[in-house]
Design a protein around this ligand. Structure first.
Ligand SMILES: Nc1ncnc2c1ncn2[C@@H]1O[C@H](COP(=O)(O)OP(=O)(O)O)[C@@H](O)[C@H]1O
Ligand SMILES: [Mg+2]
Length: 480
């Protein structure tokens, strides 16, 4: 797939996903608002019921008190006034039973006076709200109403008196500030005409949580669906990228292979041409040198074919190790003597520091020689300047550790994990000056692990790399 199309699809999908999420959030918010409106309505209804119940109870109580006062006052009245006054004042008393009859009598009787008295007396009548109702009474009424309305969240209430400008009653007293600024406020005793109304204030400390728990099914489903989409989306995208990488690596491999095969093939065909050319005078030396070239190139070809075949075999897990006692120091020295010429040609040098005391291990001679050579070959190949290679060994526990360190181009942190993957080569842009198939390190790692060993890599870009291989003295082969 084209890179542009992939990015287009990714941005389209991301856009769709983000829009979906935004819409989802919008809907959830809307639903929350609706739930909140319903909650406010239910609370209003429940508290209104409570307020009326309180008023009914209060009226019943005042009625009994009034009756008592009335009978007392009537006694007083009978001995202090004429009949007209009596009937008027008795009417007034019905309205306001605790009028001081003596006051009226002493000040003379006039309609204006009656009205004045009416107001002043009714103010006196208005006893403090905390004496009319109790917290327990309000609480039990509210509890009953809330239960009926299915409002089962913690609540706090208080009674606010405007003339004293304070909360005169409170349920727990924990949230005075929240109560005073609460939107739930209701006038108490709406039937009182002459007094300033006290208000019943309510506050729900866990209102938001209560509303959200009512939405949890919706929230859960949305969350689940969105996570499912995000998961599938990232999975698909990462698969596409992985496949793309793999196919790129395959292409690289094939390009490399053709290139590598082409050189010996064309050398051989040139040599053949020369041999069959009748115009060239052939001396004995001529034949020898040309046949040598052909056989060398042929050797290279079969070596490469073998490498590729071997790696294919590895993939299927078909490696059989032939265990024997080998001397690691000898194997290292062998490999060094093979590569030394190339290093010296580049003006480089190999330092050895072979300190291991126990150097004989049980291992497969061919494979161990191969991995040492692979590591040395890499150290040489990936050092564009004069290579300075350090080789050291030491005994660690029940095994030997050898390290091959170079001063080459180094490997970045992100690539360090990947160089052991099959076919992986550190991308170098369009410069392909170092040949290879990306098979070496994956082979090394497989062989080391087959021997129950371990390979580690330390590297810094432009400074160099250091590969350390640990191999146990005695390998107990795992049965595949
Ligand atoms: N000593 C080293 N210094 C820097 N880079 C290295 C070194 N050894 C390996 N690499 C990087 O790791 C990649 C994989 O190595 P390898 O599997 O041996 O494949 P190849 O040598 O055929 O490219 C190489 O292409 C190279 O980019
Ligand atoms: Mg290599």
């Amino acid at each position: 797939m084209n890179k542009k199309i992939i990015y287009l699809i990714i941005s389209l999908m991301s856009f769709a996903l983000i829009s979906l999420m935004v819409i989802q959030v919008y809907w959830i918010k809307n639903t929350l608002m609706v739930k909140q409106a319903i909650f406010i309505r239910d609370v209003d209804a429940a508290v209104t019921n409570t307020v009326y119940a309180l008023e009914r109870i209060d009226r019943a109580l005042t009625y009994t008190k009034q009756k008592e006062l009335l009978s007392q006052n009537k006694l007083l009245l009978n001995n202090s006034a004429d009949t007209l006054k009596q009937s008027l004042i008795s009417n007034l008393l019905n309205f306001s039973p605790n009028i001081n009859i003596n006051d009226i009598n002493n000040s003379g009787f006039s309609s204006q006076r009656i009205i004045e008295n009416l107001f002043s007396q009714s103010k006196k009548l208005n006893v403090f709200v905390e004496n009319r109702i109790s917290t327990q009474l309000i609480d039990s009424l509210l509890q009953r109403e809330f239960r009926a309305a299915n409002i089962n969240t913690k609540y706090e209430f208080g009674v606010y008196n405007p003339s004293r400008n304070k909360l005169v009653l409170q349920k727990s007293g924990k949230y005075p500030k929240a109560l005073l600024s609460s939107r739930f406020r209701y006038f108490l005793f709406p039937g009182d005409i002459f007094s300033q109304h006290d208000s019943l204030m309510l506050y729900f400390p866990y209102e938001q949580q209560f509303l959200i728990t009512r939405l949890w099914v919706l929230l859960f489903i949305s969350f689940f669906l969105i996570s499912a989409i995000i998961f599938s989306f990232t999975y698909v995208v990462s698969t596409v990228f992985r496949q793309k990488k793999v196919s790129e690596m395959r292409n690289d491999f094939i390009n490399n292979m053709t290139h590598e095969f082409k050189t010996p093939i064309s050398t051989i065909s040139l040599a053949c041409e020369a041999l069959s050319d009748k115009d060239i005078v052939k001396t004995n030396g001529f034949y020898e040198s040309y046949i040598k070239v052909i056989s060398e190139e042929n050797g290279r070809l079969s070596g490469m074919a073998e490498k590729i075949l071997q790696s294919a075999r590895f993939q299927k897990g078909e490696i059989i190790l032939k265990m024997e006692n080998i001397n690691i120091h000898e194997a290292l020295n062998d490999a060094i003597s093979k590569i030394n010429l190339q290093i010296e040609k580049k003006g480089g040098v190999i330092h050895t520091d072979l300190n291991a005391t126990h150097t004989i291990i049980q291992a497969d001679r061919v494979h161990i020689t191969n991995i040492i050579f692979n590591l040395l070959d890499n150290a040489n190949k990936y050092t564009p300047w004069a290579p300075i290679i350090h080789i050291s060994t030491k005994t660690i526990g029940q095994g030997i550790l050898f390290t091959i360190k170079d001063n080459g181009v180094g490997i970045s942190k992100s690539n360090q994990k990947r160089v052991f993957e099959k076919l992986y080569r550190v991308p170098t842009g369009n410069i392909h000056n170092v040949k290879g198939f990306g098979l070496g390190l994956s082979y090394v790692k497989t062989i080391v692990e087959k021997h129950n060993g371990k390979i580690t890599l330390e590297s810094e870009l432009k400074k160099g790399s250091s590969f350390s291989v640990y191999l146990p003295f005695n390998t107990i082969l795992k049965q595949a």
